[in-house]
Design a protein around this ligand. Structure first.
Ligand SMILES: Cc1cc2nc3c(=O)[nH]c(=O)nc-3n(C[C@H](O)[C@H](O)[C@H](O)COP(=O)(O)OP(=O)(O)OC[C@H]3O[C@@H](n4cnc5c(N)ncnc54)[C@H](O)[C@@H]3O)c2cc1C
Length: 409
């Protein structure tokens, strides 16, 4: 059965986060007939509450040499930037073993090279996308300022900065006066700044996805709200199992871009991904956005401070705690406290909190491309801490691969 009458390849994209929505838009713009399916409104998953950073130079994977030493702290200190609750340890062990293996120097170099390739050109691509969608005000190109209290704290990131340099990014080192010249409200505690000038920020990640979804629908793409419970291939075509929305239609291709939930969707097909949720949190203060004028990273606390459209957002923390457990409000409270300690003027402002599931591979490299052994099945997940940054390049790769494959068949 043809899904669409036009004769163009029919594609279902499962997941309308920043990754799936970018893919759906890219495919539609290149002529495919596309159905974008999500159980929620576009952009309400992990893509809702991120820090908005287009971090082109973040090529250091999370697993770095020495990571093993941090594991006891993860287990024992529930205020650590990396936290693993004891109850989840048995479930996390296989992923953790691969994570630790990914910290070998050769594996780190390989991951960094792949991340650099995926992130090259992201700044220009997002700037053009925001402009093309009619939301240029969401794109702020004013650099990122990383802050450290002292040399000792900077030394802890000693492996990461050379990887950025090797990828062609140079940071300008600032003293306290230099920090104040850029961001006068930052706490006195911070004495060393590393300024990455050519970096940018999306000032409302949800509105960005919504603008993409709007352009997709306006261009003839279809959006359906449904919880996809499975995928099946019959006579070379794909069907979605989902109450209501997909109503038995068949597709030439299906793209799984379901973020941290992709593993469960793919497992029944025999596609096994070492994908784990790294739960991240934000605390957002309504009215506090003028305290900074660009993305500021309190690097010793591993938090990003962003002047979002709707307030000052403090995003960060990694909690390996699975998809099912409710948010641990203590984690978001820690972010709120860090913000109040480092910026005066936040005490009386209302604070909202949020938790999202980063879809993470052990080596931090997303899985983008055809699923081996399953013609017509495409994978676009595992973007971890950088899914916003990497989304447009992912969409281009999938569209190139899929439409090339369709043209050839
Ligand atoms: C605190 C925090 C800060 C971050 N900061 C940054 C940053 O500054 N820069 C950056 O580049 N990245 C950042 N990230 C990472 C980024 O947000 C993610 O990598 C990205 O959002 C992943 O996008 P996605 O589309 O793969 O997943 P999601 O946005 O989670 O989308 C997946 C979608 O699939 C849907 N879905 C899942 N299963 C099904 C199903 N069975 N049926 C139907 N629908 C389904 C979900 O409802 C969801 O909408 C941050 C993340 C966090 C948590």
């Amino acid at each position: 059965m043809q899904a669409f009458p036009s004769g163009a390849p029919a594609v279902a994209v499962v997941g309308a986060g920043i990754v799936g929505t970018s893919i759906a838009l890219a495919l539609r713009r290149r002529g495919a007939e596309v159905l974008l399916v999500d159980r929620d409104e576009p952009g309400r998953g992990c893509s809702y509450g991120n820090s908005g950073a287009i971090s082109v130079s973040s090529v250091a994977p999370l697993a770095m040499p020495g990571v093993l030493a941090s594991v006891p702290g993860m287990l024992l200190d529930d205020e650590s930037p990396l936290y693993l609750p004891w109850r989840y340890l048995p479930r996390a062990l296989p992923w953790l073993a691969r994570f630790v293996a990914s910290a070998r120097p050769a594996a780190v170099q390989a991951a960094a090279a792949r991340l650099a390739a995926l992130q090259a050109g992201a700044l220009e691509a997002h700037e053009a996308m925001a402009r093309g969608l009619g939301v240029p005000e969401l794109f702020l190109r004013r650099g990122h300022l990383h802050l450290y209290p002292d040399e000792q704290a900077l030394a802890k990131d000693a492996t990461g900065w050379p990887l950025r340099e090797a990828a062609g990014f140079r940071a300008e080192r600032l003293d306290r006066a230099g920090i104040e010249a850029l961001e006068p409200a930052v706490s006195e505690r911070y004495r060393i700044g590393l300024f990455l000038a050519d970096h940018a920020t999306i000032l409302n990640p949800l509105r960005y996805v919504q603008a993409m979804a709007g352009a997709f629908a306006a261009g003839g793409g279809r959006i359906a709200r449904a919880d996809v419970s499975g995928l099946a291939q019959r006579q070379g075509r794909w069907q979605l199992r989902a109450a209501g929305a997909a109503d038995g239609r068949a597709f030439d291709h299906v793209v799984v871009a379901a973020g941290a939930w992709s593993r469960a969707l793919l497992a029944p097909l025999g596609v096994r991904l070492a994908l784990e949720s790294q739960r991240g949190y934000h605390a957002q203060f309504a009215g506090g956005r003028d305290l900074v004028s660009r993305t500021v990273v309190l690097a010793d606390r591993k938090v990003f401070v962003t002047p979002m459209e709707e307030g000052l957002r403090i995003g960060g923390t990694v909690e390996i705690g699975g998809l099912a457990a409710p948010p641990d409000e203590r984690r978001a409270a820690v972010l709120g406290r860090i913000a109040r300690e480092n910026f005066r003027g936040l005490q009386d402002l209302p604070m909202q909190t949020w938790m999202g599931h980063r879809p993470c591979m052990p080596d931090s490299v997303p899985v983008v491309g055809p699923a081996p052994g399953h013609p017509g099945l495409w994978l676009a997940t595992g973007h971890g801490h950088l899914g916003l940054t990497q989304s447009l390049a992912t969409a281009r790769q999938i569209a190139d691969g899929l439409l090339g494959a369709a043209a050839a068949s």
